[in-house]
Design a protein. Structure first.
Length: 553
């Protein structure tokens, strides 16, 4: 069941989602969370992520537990920084660093460690000795760090910044993992925050062992749990390298970066071009071009399943790609390495714009004649052993001619004005609504990655009930380069209402809780990825229906 409703007075309103009592999988993008250690005599250990409904982490009655096996912690845009002298134990100064800061930052994770164990259950550790004095303590040891991030030489560290002692490093995979990679003492009742640092994009499976000795005899006990962190890829591409992929009834044109080892789903990437002084007449911007149908053999997949991304067409049976539409100012032209024209939007779209990918990859150069934002929409025909698939539209590649992925509102307005031959300044007002669809230019700019046009419109969201789960989900493409979740400037805000009258809007500085209203997250995606809002049943529902909408602030 799929519900789509765009209302002139309630922009992007999604009505009547059937909620659920729990979320199966969660992706945490920002907020105050803990890696929590529980131990109860008779039932043993529990390790996972938690938060408190009232944000009072001394109040055990308000704890909500998230299972580590189904929860991913995604580094948000605020986490992106560079190393310096203080972090030279992890990486050279000046190199990229994704940092979940020890101190609270709006739009970042405030991720601590918490020990919810009754006093006098564990012995107290001092150095390497254990005694029955005090209220007790446990220790945390780094067991392993695996995943596509470490596979591309990514390192992980956890440390504490002390104004007097400097950086106190507890975990550090940069110098190998040994018994010294531990937090020796976490007293029962502890709620401590640390710096969490990562040096490369990808997935990090961090296994942590909690251990201690029980009173009165010092019997050792331990448990190891694996926590998943995602460091998103940026989505910026310096070349258009894409594979036509087919799996079952799905067909997709999948761009990627072979050097970084990542493939991107629809609208998850942005090709940045460079200026040219050569090429066909009128060409001003260019990028290398490679189109094939063999699938991607890469470790990371942002916004697309690994199965689909790795499944090429049956090349012996043919695979064809045809340019069906170009949205942007001026024209797009592709030339093969031999100089032959692959496609050219200046003479319309037809059989001459069809590419045969069955033999070898098509390589050449892609040119644009005007600066601006460009969307290329292809149709694809391909075959596997089981299916012959055709997709007439929807195979989309986004490019910037002379514009980076961080293009501004003024860049966006100028590009759309020239695309549609509008007078300069027509779209210049963020609060304007040129096409009268109830969405401001500000909101349409924030949803540009979702193909929402200020002139022709377009749908940015979909709502559906997930099969077998019973809960609703609203999905939309959110460009975190435009709204980096800092709580300032242009923002895309999600709203919740039980009666269509009173609305609550969530922002990076006013967050909701994933098991109460809805969760915002990203699925191993890139920094400008799809954010998913899951409609979750409230503890005490206002009514039988929940209502959601988006607005640009």
């Amino acid at each position: 069941m799929q519900l789509i409703c765009v209302n002139k007075f309630l922009p992007l309103l999604l009505v009547g989602l059937v909620p659920s009592t729990k979320a199966v999988e969660l992706d945490l993008l920002y907020g105050h969370y803990e890696i929590q250690t529980d131990y109860r005599p008779g039932s043993g250990w529990w390790l996972g992520q938690t938060y408190n409904q009232n944000d009072d982490f001394n109040d055990r009655s308000q704890i909500r537990r998230l299972e580590a096996s189904t929860t991913k912690i995604v580094a948000p845009p605020r986490a992106i920084t560079v190393g310096n002298a203080a972090t030279s134990f992890l990486l050279p100064p000046g190199q990229p660093l994704w940092l979940l800061n020890q101190g609270f930052q709006v739009g970042n994770h405030f991720l601590g460690m918490r020990v919810v164990i009754d006093p006098f259950v564990f012995q107290t550790r001092v150095g390497t000795n254990y005694t029955n004095s005090g209220t007790g303590s446990v220790s945390m040891r780094l067991a392993s760090v695996t995943g596509s991030g470490p596979d591309r030489s990514g390192k992980f560290a956890l440390w504490e910044s002390d104004p007097f002692a400097g950086q106190i490093v507890y975990f550090n995979s940069n110098d190998g993992i040994t018994a010294d990679d531990e937090i020796p003492t976490l007293p029962v009742g502890t709620h401590s925050h640390f710096n969490w640092g990562f040096t490369k994009p990808g997935e990090y499976k961090i296994s942590i062992e909690a251990f201690g000795r029980l009173r009165p005899d010092g019997d050792p006990t331990s448990m190891t749990e694996t926590f998943t962190f995602i460091v998103p890829h940026t989505g910026r591409l310096a070349a258009l390298d894409a594979e036509l992929c087919v799996s079952g009834t799905d067909i997709a044109l999948v761009p990627g970066d072979r050097a970084l080892g990542v493939a991107f789903g629809p609208r998850r990437s942005f090709v940045e071009t460079t200026a040219t002084t050569s090429g066909p007449p009128g060409a001003a911007w260019q990028t290398p071009l490679r189109l094939a149908a063999a699938g991607w053999a890469v470790p990371d997949h942002a916004g697309i399943s690994a199965i689909l991304a790795s499944s090429g067409a049956d090349l012996g049976s043919g695979a064809r790609l045809t340019l069906r539409a170009h949205r942007g100012p001026g024209h797009v032209i592709a030339l093969a390495d031999s100089g032959a024209v692959l496609f050219d939007s200046s003479d319309g779209f037809g059989p001459a714009d069809e590419l045969d990918l069955a033999a070898v990859p098509v390589t050449g150069t892609l040119y644009f004649t005007e600066k601006g934002l460009h969307t290329l929409e292809f149709a694809g025909d391909a075959q596997t052993e089981a299916n012959s698939m055709t997709k007439d539209t929807g195979l989309v590649i986004r490019c910037g001619a002379g514009l980076p992925v961080t293009y501004t509102f003024a860049d966006w307005a100028d590009s759309h004005e020239r695309t549609h031959a509008l007078p300069p300044g027509t779209l210049a007002s963020p609060s304007g609504d040129f096409n009268g669809d109830g969405r401001t230019h500000r909101l349409e700019y924030l949803l540009d990655a979702a193909d929402v046009s200020p002139v022709t419109g377009g749908s940015a969201t979909r709502a559906l009930l997930e099969p077998g789960t019973g809960f609703g989900r609203m999905t939309f493409l959110r460009d975190l380069y435009k709204d980096p979740l800092l709580g300032t400037g242009l923002q895309l805000q999600s709203g919740f209402s039980g009666d269509l009258t009173a609305w609550t809007y969530l922002t990076a500085s006013k967050v909701g809780f994933p098991l109460e209203f809805f969760e915002t997250g990203a699925d191993q995606g890139n920094a400008r990825s799809l954010l998913m809002m899951r409609a979750i049943r409230r503890q005490t529902p206002v009514s039988g229906r929940n209502f959601f909408r988006l607005r640009g602030q």
